[in-house]
Design a binder for this molecule. Structure first.
Ligand code: GCO
Ligand code: MN
Length: 402
């Protein structure tokens, strides 16, 4: 085996996390049987501990804590204790805990958006339980990935009502967090489709729109974890713009990372894996390096189905860390490169930030803008955005020639 580049792994491991479902994944797909042996949740936690990954994220259903299946409170609490012991022994913390609102047949026509009020209450109760458990695990986030809340037949659910119900569910979660004095926050995860024909919380912009529907005091309790490349590339969207929008709105919770060929089903390939777009992946890390260097990088993907050997999971973890460490190093070096700095440094920094500064005389600013003797034709003639030059620098740098 070619040795992994430990210096690249070391660069990101401290801010890394893996969904436990990545490791439990046995490689089955709608067409084929499992190819990897089953491992227990405890084994998965121990594996990450052995590799010194500091965080893990859990679905209730992955770890035997589905409140719809385990209804005995004493047994439920005992299971929480067993997992706490396993986490402690491994030295791994829970980054995110999430109620699976997409697996059971009862939510096949939606969870919190279902037209059936009892299904909505069942989904809400599961969410409240997840908040309780997240608090016990000391998790930072509870993700609401509403993968079954969507449609194939739009006559079934009024789409206006659907978005009102989603905002209601998020708001109820915030109210419960406040009432209980929990520290955990809510994260929305957008995805355009799969498993539903169309999912309501489809894009980063949609998630931000839902946060905007919440009462003002609840909005800071909610963030967004985009899944890059997968969920953006599935819809042909731009991953760099997705992060930029969230950083600008101060709503970036953390990243779900993986690899994806654009406009396909959700491949969940490892980061940079398969036919993933290298430049989009570079731009993700450029945003991280520039704006959120300590952002948690959570891998939400799984080994290729070709990988069935006993080391497949370990190699998957190390491979993701190496690939993201490599891209982050590339992005950091790009930003620090003198030629890049020279081109970017020549950009005119003047902007409209003035409009957001309460100390500025807005009327005088508007007057100055109106009085500017700017001529569009003259500007167009001398404009030199240097896009092509920068693109060359990106390419030269990515391919090792800069
Ligand atoms: C997917 C999603 C899920 C969620 C997970 C956590 O496409 O399947 O990304 O993996 O991230 O359920 O909420
Ligand atoms: Mn995800």
């Amino acid at each position: 085996m070619i040795p992994y580049r430990t210096e690249l792994i070391d660069a990101v491991i401290g801010q890394s996390s893996f969904g436990i479902w990545d490791l439990l994944n046995k490689g089955s797909d709608p067409f084929g049987a499992p190819v990897r042996d089953a491992i227990s949740a405890e084994d998965a936690i121990a594996l990450l501990g052995k590799l010194k990954v500091p965080h893990i994220s859990l679905h209730d259903i992955d770890v035997g804590l589905d409140p719809w299946l385990l209804t005995d409170p004493a047994a439920f609490q005992a299971r929480v204790g067993v997992l706490q012991d396993a986490l402690k022994a491994a030295g791994v913390g829970v980054w995110m805990y999430t109620p699976c609102e997409f697996h059971h047949p009862a939510v096949r026509a939606g969870s919190v958006t279902s037209n059936n009020a009892d299904v909505r209450r069942l989904a809400l109760r599961k969410l409240l339980t997840a908040l309780d458990v997240a608090d016990q695990f000391g998790a930072s986030w509870v993700t609401m990935w509403l993968g079954r809340d969507g449609s194939e037949v739009d006559a079934l659910i009024d789409s206006t009502v659907a978005y009102e119900r989603i905002a209601d569910a998020v708001s109820l979660a915030c109210k419960y967090i406040k009432q209980q004095g929990y520290k955990v926050k809510i994260s929305l995860e957008p995805k355009p489709n799969e498993p539903r024909g169309d999912i309501y919380v489809s894009t980063v912009g949609t998630a931000l729109g839902i946060i905007g529907m919440l009462p003002a005091d609840e909005q800071p309790m909610v963030g967004v974890n985009p899944e890059l490349l997968q969920h953006e590339a599935m819809a042909g969207l731009n991953a760099y713009h997705a992060i930029g929008q969230l950083v600008a709105a101060d709503r970036l919770a953390f990243l779900h990372l993986g690899g994806q060929t654009p406009l396909r089903y959700d491949m969940d390939h490892p980061f940079l894996g398969g036919n993933s777009d290298l430049k989009q992946s570079f731009y993700i890390m450029l945003a991280v390096a520039k704006h959120r260097p300590d952002c948690v990088l959570e891998f939400d993907c799984h080994p290729f189905r070709t990988e069935a050997g006993p080391d497949a999971r370990e190699e998957f973890v190390l491979g993701n860390l190496e690939a993201s460490g490599m891209m982050l190093a590339k992005a950091t070096a790009f930003l620090a490169h003198p030629e890049v700095q020279q081109v970017l440094g020549s950009c005119d920094g003047r902007d409209f930030g003035i409009a957001a500064d309460p100390a500025t005389d807005f009327a005088a600013f508007i007057q100055a803008v109106r009085a500017d003797a700017l001529d569009a034709d003259a500007l167009a003639a001398k404009l030199n955005p240097q896009a092509q030059y920068l693109d060359r620098l990106v390419n030269l740098h990515l391919l090792g020639y800069l």
